[in-house]
Design a protein around this ligand. Structure first.
Ligand SMILES: C[S@@+](CC[C@H](N)C(=O)[O-])C[C@H]1O[C@@H](n2cnc3c(N)ncnc32)[C@H](O)[C@@H]1O
Length: 377
């Protein structure tokens, strides 16, 4: 397949995964996420259901924006009977691959017509570079076989230690607040300015798969996953502390690395070189002081395509219309809650609305208004 002809490579802000350094970073990030979740998937039960019976019938998996290809490689090893296909705008240069895994160059912004109706799982994780997120999601659902499973993951804002409040971003009014959060805001704002509508991405993730044509509303889910930034976690289990601290330590260093390669996103959206430099110095300071205990958010959403013979009439969200009960979200002292699962749209959207309402006006301004509250010192 031909290399992409449009502006996708320009729009995609990170270095291409085919570079040795970025490929290595993505591999490490994947391994740390796998360690955090204890799985390659945020919804292992739903995966087990669709992958059952793979001995008699070949299963197939599509990874959208496969990057270094490490997720595909692990999935191909875990399910030797399945065929795994990774697609990306950049070629995959991995030397040794299992025979049931292959990569193709494909720009998702062209749609996914060659892949329609063929897959038991369609997976997408941490992908920017999509011009129309909603249209792409509709395309991804079309790639499923009846009963197949679509799974998306996206990294988001930072939350407080108890996971229920958005950590305020550092601003000229509140310079002692989080510079990690300020970085996230400037990147979101910069990406939107560059043609990647991050607010639309957020909206789609906060709605989940419940309302897509072809999806069985009864079998959708979402997960609120958090990763502690740094080594502050103290649970009652020493081995869990070791695990979470190694993950937290990796993630801070990963963020500091990413802040270097994404400096251009902030500059092209109106921030001065001096401000970007000062931001980076403050990120290092926040890391060394370890004063603010916060976690990075990952939202995962999934849904099953309707099976053969299912009708639209069966699509009813069990919680729609009634009182909404939220699952337990907050971590209690002495524990760290990695993941909370939601099985109703009403609960998931209420939770996201409640969380967004805790965002300070400065944090909102930094995310949405180019050049808002410059801080050069
Ligand atoms: C941050 S990397 C994540 C890679 C992988 N999903 C993972 O989680 O390790 C995002 C990947 O999406 C790819 N990508 C971005 N826009 C794309 C598009 N329009 N079509 C295909 N791939 C795209 C990039 O080339 C990059 O490899």
């Amino acid at each position: 397949m031909a290399e992409c002809q449009d502006r996708t490579k320009e729009l995609y802000a990170l270095p291409l995964a085919s570079s040795t350094e970025e490929g290595g970073r993505l591999d490490e990030q994947h391994n740390m996420l796998k360690l955090h979740l204890g799985s390659l998937f945020p919804c292992p039960d739903a995966v087990a259901q669709v992958m059952a019976g793979g001995e008699e019938q070949t299963k197939s998996v599509l990874d959208l924006g496969s990057g270094s290809g490490v997720w595909c490689l692990d999935v191909a090893n875990q399910f030797p009977q399945a065929q795994v296909v990774g697609i990306d705008i950049t070629p995959n240069l991995r030397q040794t691959m299992p025979p049931n895994c292959k990569f193709e160059i494909w720009n998702i912004n062209q749609g996914l017509a060659p892949f329609y109706g063929q897959f038991d799982i369609v997976h997408l994780r941490f992908i920017q570079g999509i011009v129309d997120h909603h249209a792409m999601t509709v395309e991804a659902v079309k790639c499923l076989k009846p009963g197949g499973l679509v799974i998306f993951l996206r990294a988001g804002e930072y939350v407080t230690e108890d996971r229920t409040t958005v950590t305020p971003a550092a601003s000229s009014r509140m310079p002692d607040q989080s510079w990690y959060q300020r970085l996230w805001c400037l990147l979101e704002c910069g990406s939107t300015q560059r043609g990647i509508p991050t607010e639309e991405y957020d909206h789609d993730y906060q709605q989940g798969f419940w309302d897509y044509d072809g999806i069985d509303t009864r079998k959708c889910g979402a997960a609120f996953i958090t990763i502690p930034m740094g080594t502050w976690v103290a649970t009652s289990d020493p081995s869990e502390n070791t695990r979470l601290r190694s993950i937290g330590d990796f993630w801070v260093k990963n963020l500091l690395r990413v802040s270097k390669v994404l400096a251009h996103v902030m500059v092209t959206s109106g921030r001065s070189e001096k401000e970007v430099e000062s931001l980076r110095a403050n990120l290092e300071k926040e890391h060394h002081e370890a004063r603010i205990r916060l976690s990075m958010v990952i939202r995962a959403i999934w849904g099953h395509a309707r099976g053969l013979g299912d009708t639209k009439d069966q699509n009813q969200d069990p919680a729609q219309g009634g009182n909404v009960t939220l699952p337990v979200i907050a971590s209690e002292p002495g524990e760290y809650r990695v993941k909370t699962i939601f099985d109703s749209k009403a609960a998931w959207t209420k939770f996201n609305t409640d969380l967004a309402s805790t965002m300070t006006p400065d944090t909102k301004g930094l995310r949405t208004i180019p050049g808002f509250d410059p801080m050069e010192e």
